[in-house]
Design a protein around this ligand. Structure first.
Ligand code: ZN
Ligand code: ZN
Length: 173
């Protein structure tokens, strides 16, 4: 897992911008978590960190793409993945050892933001749960398995299937 910690101590009061283009920030966890995705267009992220009284305001955006199998037809296609984010991150109070997700670690009194974990979380949030090669993907024929985007099969027109006829009659009676 590629880890990237941003030291928060030196960030000036007016905030600081960071840019990320190291692809392993995305491809690393994709591999580690066994995501069925291959790298597409390179990812890039921008993050602005603004110190507040008791934490840090984190804003930014990212974009890139991955190659994924379509949920309907199983063909690999390019899925754009992009998003914007804004969140308030605060360090855990000393002595607080709850298991709540915390993106800021405190080591020997020094605060660091888990930028790699943050960016991965944003990537996962932006990834569609049912990726599709196109909105009107026709999918695979459930009977012969042909990819209906590329081919037509006899089953599609086959209205005379005796088994279906039986079902239709059942519904009518
Ligand atoms: Zn498809
Ligand atoms: Zn078919």
């Amino acid at each position: 897992m590629t880890e990237l910690w941003i030291p928060l101590k030196g960030i000036p009061a007016e905030g600081q911008e960071y840019h990320f283009t190291d692809q392993s920030l995305w491809t690393g966890p994709m591999r580690d978590f066994g995501l069925a995705a291959k790298p597409g267009r390179d990812f890039a992220a921008r993050m602005f960190i603004l110190p507040q009284d008791d934490g840090f305001l984190v804003t930014g955006s990212f974009s890139g793409s991955v190659m994924l199998p379509c949920d309907r037809c199983a063909e690999e296609f390019e899925q754009a993945v992009a998003g914007e984010f804004e969140s308030f991150e605060e360090p855990r109070a000393p002595g607080d050892d709850s298991l709540d997700e915390c993106r800021i670690r405190r080591a020997k009194g020094i605060l660091d933001l888990d930028a790699s974990g943050y960016l991965w979380e944003q990537f996962m949030l932006a990834l569609p749960t049912s990726p599709m090669c196109s909105e009107d993907c026709k999918g695979l024929c459930p009977r012969c398995g042909v990819n209906r985007n590329q081919d037509s099969c006899a089953c599609a027109q086959d209205k005379g299937d005796p088994r279906l006829a039986v079902l239709r009659n059942l519904k009518l009676s």
